[in-house]
Design a binder for this molecule. Structure first.
Ligand SMILES: Cc1cc2nc3c(=O)[nH]c(=O)nc-3n(C[C@H](O)[C@H](O)[C@H](O)COP(=O)(O)OP(=O)(O)OC[C@H]3O[C@@H](n4cnc5c(N)ncnc54)[C@H](O)[C@@H]3O)c2cc1C
Length: 395
């Protein structure tokens, strides 16, 4: 067991922190207020090699380990959840899934441009009638010669207007229930495809989320990822990676809450002393610190398992559940510490509170992860060996 970061990982953290301080912090309040998603930030991240940080160099990435991805996500969410969400979806749910499941030819066509950040990937699983219950999706893909014809609708899809490629899940055989779901890459330019952003979100307002529509979209049969019927397994293994990035991001959210709260505790006085001197305020600070340190241990343990090429569904689920809950509580307490000023967008903590809610909902709700953890402990759930694991990290 090794609890220290490498020199390369320390350098990476410094690079992302400087990037966030220079490119995100000065603009984020305005972007959040106006609901502007800045694609330029993703382009600049690509320039730094951060859109495919853990993808091998042979496939267009930076060749760093999986915990390097956690560092990127942690530092990005210290700036804002929108950009961490973008990396979660692009790198965690797309690039890593292609690395695990795509053929060599598909990796050349889709993974390499994604890992380089030349193309942006999105993940289309959720539908109006299917979120936690993935098998309830209605989208279908009917085989027609050398093509599949896709019909259906997705909702709450991050990067809906920004992405070039969409990893989409659809039934190829409804009679087989979840074993009849297949995964496809859909390109934005395919006729019959359209997207529409959602307005009126509680948080992640500087992000881009919305609907995808497929009306007789013809997809080359070569765009089927894995085999017909592998879609459910592909979606679940994608979530093992996406959840890891969400958990890491939650650590960054707690860091941001701590930074803002410590500053405010030292500056605001009541009853003749800094509010940081009041024990009930200290209790909130102490809980934030405990949440940060516990979450980090869970996240980097899951990352280590990924580095070793081991199955980590259970550990990643626990990290995602706990880190997101800690972050949500930290943001609530950060607003509390700021009193009425926390209720105003003059300070960033109200944005943290709004942003911290979606991660408790997406990539498995709090309730789904609670059930998963209980079922593992009770012996009702065991992970069957996957025929394709994420490759172990090779320096
Ligand atoms: C900002 C944002 C971005 C998103 N981005 C994406 C994306 O890029 N791609 C994508 O595919 N999806 C995305 N989603 C969708 C997200 O993954 C779903 O919202 C999530 O899976 C929950 O599904 P649902 O909203 O349909 O809730 P439901 O599944 O309808 O659940 C409603 C409530 O019932 C509870 N519940 C459900 N089943 C059970 C059960 N068995 N036991 C106990 N309680 C249960 C849930 O925990 C929840 O509290 C995004 C969502 C948000 C908010």
């Amino acid at each position: 067991m090794n609890f220290s970061f490498t020199q390369e990982q320390d350098m990476l953290r410094k690079t992302v922190r400087t990037f966030v301080d220079q490119e995100i912090m000065p603009n984020i309040r305005q972007w959040d207020i106006s609901g502007h998603f800045d694609l330029g930030v993703l382009r600049k991240l690509a320039g730094l090699g951060l859109m495919g940080v853990c993808i091998p160099e042979a496939y267009g990435g930076s060749g760093m380990d999986y915990n390097a991805l956690a560092i990127v996500c942690e530092e990005l969410e210290r700036g804002d959840t929108a950009f961490r969400t973008a990396v979660s979806v692009h790198t965690g749910l797309n690039c890593m899934t292609l690395l695990q499941w795509a053929s060599e030819e598909q990796k050349k066509r889709y993974l390499i441009p994604q890992a380089r950040g030349e193309k942006v990937g999105a993940f289309g699983l959720t539908e109006p009638g299917a979120g936690s219950d993935v098998a309830a999706i209605q989208t279908t893909a009917a085989k027609d010669g050398n093509e599949y014809v896709l019909n259906g609708q997705k909702t709450w899809i991050s990067l809906c207007d920004a992405a070039d490629h969409f990893l989409v899940f659809a039934y190829t055989d409804k009679t087989k229930k979840h074993q009849g779901i297949s995964a496809f890459i859909v390109e934005r330019t395919y006729p019959g495809f359209s997207s529409k952003a959602q307005k009126g979100k509680l948080g992640i307002r500087a992000g881009n989320t919305g609907e995808l529509f497929f009306e007789d979209v013809r997809i080359p049969a070569d765009n089927l990822i894995g085999q017909e019927g592998d879609g459910f397994k592909i979606a679940m293994s994608a979530l093992d990676n996406g959840r890891f990035t969400v958990a890491a991001g939650a650590c960054g959210q707690i860091m941001a809450c701590l930074e803002a709260s410590v500053d405010y505790c030292r500056e605001r006085k009541t009853f003749g002393v800094e509010i940081g001197r009041h024990q009930l305020v200290q209790q909130m600070i102490a809980h934030m610190e405990a949440g940060l340190q516990m979450s980090r241990l869970l996240v980097y343990r899951a990352g280590e398992l990924k580095n070793e090429g081991k199955r980590n569904t259970r550990e990643t689920s626990l990290a995602k559940w706990q880190a997101c809950d800690f972050a949500n509580k930290a943001a609530d307490d950060a607003v509390q510490i700021h009193g009425a000023y926390g209720y105003s967008d003059e300070y960033p903590v109200e944005r943290y509170l709004r942003n911290s809610k979606a991660p408790v909902i997406y990539e498995g709700t709090r309730e789904i992860h609670t059930i998963m953890q209980a079922e593992y402990v009770l012996g009702y759930r065991t992970d069957k060996p996957l025929n394709r694991l994420l490759p172990a990290w090779k320096p």
